[in-house]
Design a protein around this ligand. Structure first.
Ligand SMILES: CC(C)(COP(=O)(O)OP(=O)(O)OC[C@H]1O[C@@H](n2cnc3c(N)ncnc32)[C@H](O)[C@@H]1OP(=O)(O)O)[C@@H](O)C(=O)NCCC(=O)NCCS
Length: 159
C-alpha cells in the first residue's frame, strides 16, 4: 500500500465531504438522536470542512483521498476512512499520521470523543492503544451553535 499524507487543500474538499457524510451515516445514523442526524447535511459538513481546512490532513492512496483526520489542539476531532478502504489497515496508517501531528505539536495527552454505540470505531481505537476514560457530556458543533450529548471519551499518551 503506497500512500502519502498532505495538508488538505480546496481540491480535496469534495472527497472530504463525501467521506465524512457517508462515514457519519454509516457510524451514527442508527445511534444518534434524530434531531442531530437531521442537522448533519452535506451542506453543513461542507461549511465545516471549508472553514477548518487548515486543521485537516488527507491520506492519498491510488491518487484518491482515502481518509482524512482533523485535529484541534489536543483533540482528535474527526477521523474518517472511505468505505472502500475500511478493514484494510488504512485506519492504522491514518492514526500514525494523527500521532505524528500531536507529537510535533508537543501534545502529551490526546483525547477524542466517540459516539456511544459506535462499536467499530471504539474497537479500532482500543486496538490503536487508546483508552476509554469515561462517559462525558460534550457540546458538539452544529450550525445553530451546539448540541449536547453523552459521548465515550478516549485518551492516549503520545510518546
Ligand atoms: C472507525 C474507522 C476509522 C475504523 O477503521 P477500519 O478500517 O474500519 O478499522 P479496522 O477494520 O482496522 O478495525 C475495526 C475493528 O472493529 C471490528 N468491527 C467491524 N465492524 C464492527 C462492528 N459492527 N461492531 C464492532 N466491531 C466491529 C473489526 O473487526 C475490527 O477489529 P479486528 O481488527 O479485531 O477485526 C472506520 O470504520 C470509519 O471510518 N468508520 C466511519 C466513521 C467513523 O466512525 N469514524 C470515527 C468517529 S469517532
Amino acid at each position: 500500500m503506497i500512500y502519502t499524507f498532505e495538508n488538505a487543500r480546496e481540491e480535496h474538499l469534495n472527497d472530504i465531504v463525501r467521506i465524512w457524510h457517508e462515514g457519519w451515516i454509516d457510524a451514527h445514523a442508527a445511534i444518534a438522536p434524530a434531531e442531530l442526524t437531521n442537522m448533519r447535511t452535506i451542506e453543513s459538513l461542507e461549511t465545516r470542512a471549508n472553514d477548518r481546512l487548515d486543521l485537516i490532513r488527507v491520506m492519498m492512496l491510488d491518487g484518491q483521498v482515502a481518509a482524512f483526520h482533523m485535529i484541534k489542539n489536543d483533540e482528535l476531532d474527526q477521523f474518517f476512512v472511505d468505505r472502500a478502504y475500511r478493514g484494510k489497515g488504512t485506519a492504522r496508517a491514518l492514526m500514525a499520521d494523527v500521532e505524528s501531528v500531536f507529537s510535533e505539536n508537543n501534545i502529551k495527552t490526546a483525547w477524542l470523543a466517540c459516539a456511544i454505540g459506535n462499536e467499530r470505531a471504539a474497537a479500532f481505537y482500543r486496538k490503536a492503544g487508546w483508552h476509554f476514560m469515561r462517559v462525558m457530556l460534550l457540546p458538539v458543533h452544529v450550525e445553530s451553535g451546539s448540541f449536547i450529548l453523552d459521548i465515550w471519551r478516549f485518551e492516549k499518551q503520545i510518546v
